[in-house]
Design a protein around this ligand. Structure first.
Ligand code: GAP
Length: 447
């Protein structure tokens, strides 16, 4: 048997559509570019990913959660630098009408930008294109009613820093974690859910005493690396990349990206930034409200520094899908080639933990299968499937990453036992009915 990894994103796009993970948004109207809907399995999978991150970040004594509004006071975005600076240089090709980012396009020997679509040098001058989506709040649509869909969740944390610190009686160092939607009017979205205009971020801002930032930065780099290791991403597909001088954001003193090797190449998965006290200084100035922290023990006041860890939830979902995708190719005795597609997701991420597959739709088997379903559904995501051949049903569960299939056959009525099939090894075991729940839970824990 030969094992193959995911060769291209298109293969995953069709699996996701076929199996109810991800659909193109508004597909019946021709789709909306760069927007995607998570189907029943995708929604559960994404929730599992968020839960893993939320647990890792907030089940610690020094980090608390937050859920801030998407719409914020427009001055927030002046203070943060987004109104003036959150833009990409946009260029139009006068020959093929392609519109693209000048800073990411290739240059010729004379450093002239080349159109990535047709190779022309006949381009417009670059103009700054702000990536924030604007809308209007209230009934009047004018300059004064402009609000923005947030381009990052981070600012909701900064403006709530003192609220959280005082209401939760937190002492520095402490962090605030948040999961939520962000919006960017990207010039070149694409590659499935990798870069979209509406996406979800999972961010954490860790507030620290100035001078302890470098040590804290290293600590968070290592905590976040361990997170990726623990969730099972292959380590040879992960690396850290430091931002060079030209790449570093206006607010950051140091920045590292966690990169993952997607089928489209090495790309950013998470950014870890030392944001200094840039944001709190800006908000203090623009709001005219003191945002200093008072250290009672040392009897001193200061504006904390911030270490930020920021990962896109959709991008992490994509990385997990790419990483877990396998094709097991076997040449059969008759010379035909059989390919088993398996998502080797850790059970914590699998949308279904168990599938219940009665061998027949006949009453006694259905009844018994229904009882097993009712027992397991209390604590686990369970799918009941009685349609089609058992082989095809196994393959469908393999493709959606279900760790265990329980087959109920006519013998089950006699010996009061079922067959449990393991996704990765395809090993089958006969387990007595009364032990199923305990067995499955133990197996899920020790996976
Ligand atoms: N608060 C800092 C911040 O937002 P960022 O590097 O711009 O930093 C953090 O974004 C993460 O959000 C990225 O590493 C990426 O995973 C995700 N992200 C950013 N833009 C995205 C987009 N257009 N589509 C999907 N995910 C995106």
């Amino acid at each position: 048997m030969e094992e193959k990894n995911l060769a291209d994103l298109q293969t995953l796009v069709s699996l996701c559509k076929r199996r109810g993970f991800i659909y193109q948004s508004s597909e019946i109207y021709g789709g909306l570019n760069s927007c995607w809907d998570y189907g029943p399995l995708g929604a559960q999978f994404k929730m599992n990913v968020k839960q893993a991150w939320w647990k890792a970040m907030t089940r610690r004594p020094d980090v608390v959660g937050l859920d801030a509004a998407i719409l914020m006071h427009p001055t927030v975005w002046k203070a943060s630098g987004h109104v003036d600076g959150f833009s990409d240089p946009l260029v139009d090709c006068l020959d093929c009408k392609n519109r693209f980012r000048e800073d990411t396009a290739e240059k010729n020997k004379e450093s002239k930008t080349i159109c990535p679509k047709c190779g022309s040098l006949n381009l417009t001058e670059p103009r700054n294109f702000n990536l924030m989506f604007e809308t209007n709040m209230g009934a009047v649509k004018d300059e004064s009613s402009v609000v923005y869909l947030r381009p990052e969740t981070a600012q909701g944390i900064f403006v709530n820093f003192l609220n959280v610190q005082t209401s939760m009686r937190k002492k520095i160092p402490f962090g605030i974690a948040q999961i939520g939607k962000s919006f960017r009017n990207e010039i070149t979205p694409g590659n499935f859910t990798f870069r979209t205009r509406e996406f979800e971020q999972m961010e954490m801002q860790y507030f620290i005493k100035p001078g302890t930032d470098e040590e804290s930065f290293e600590k968070w780099k290592s905590i976040r690396w361990d997170f990726y290791k623990n969730i099972g991403l292959r380590l040879d597909k992960l690396r850290y990349k430091e931002h060079g001088l030209g790449e570093i954001a206006h607010y950051a003193k140091a920045a590292f990206d966690v990169e993952y090797e997607f089928p489209i190449g090495w790309q950013e998965l998470e950014g870890i930034h030392n944001r200094t006290n840039f944001d709190l200084t800006q908000h203090q100035e623009f709001s005219n409200k003191k945002l200093e922290y008072f250290d009672e023990a040392a009897k001193e006041k200061y504006l904390p520094y911030v270490i930020e860890t920021a990962v896109g939830c959709d991008r992490l979902c994509l990385a997990l899908l790419c990483d877990s995708y396998r094709e097991e190719v076997t040449t059969l005795d008759n010379g035909k080639v059989d390919t088993r597609v398996v998502l080797k997701l850790q059970p914590q991420f699998a949308p279904n933990k168990v599938a219940i597959l009665p061998l027949s739709k006949k009453a006694p088997l259905q009844e018994l299968a229904g009882q097993v379903f009712e027992t397991l559904i209390k604590d686990l995501e369970v799918e009941y499937d009685e349609a089609g051949s058992i082989g095809k049903r196994y393959r469908r569960q393999d493709e959606i990453g279900t760790p265990f299939c329980i087959t109920i056959d006519f013998d089950s009525l006699e010996d009061k036992a079922v067959t449990i099939r393991h996704r990765d090894t395809m090993k089958q075991e006969r387990i007595p009915l009364e032990k199923i729940e305990m067995y499955v839970k133990q197996q899920l824990e020790s996976f």
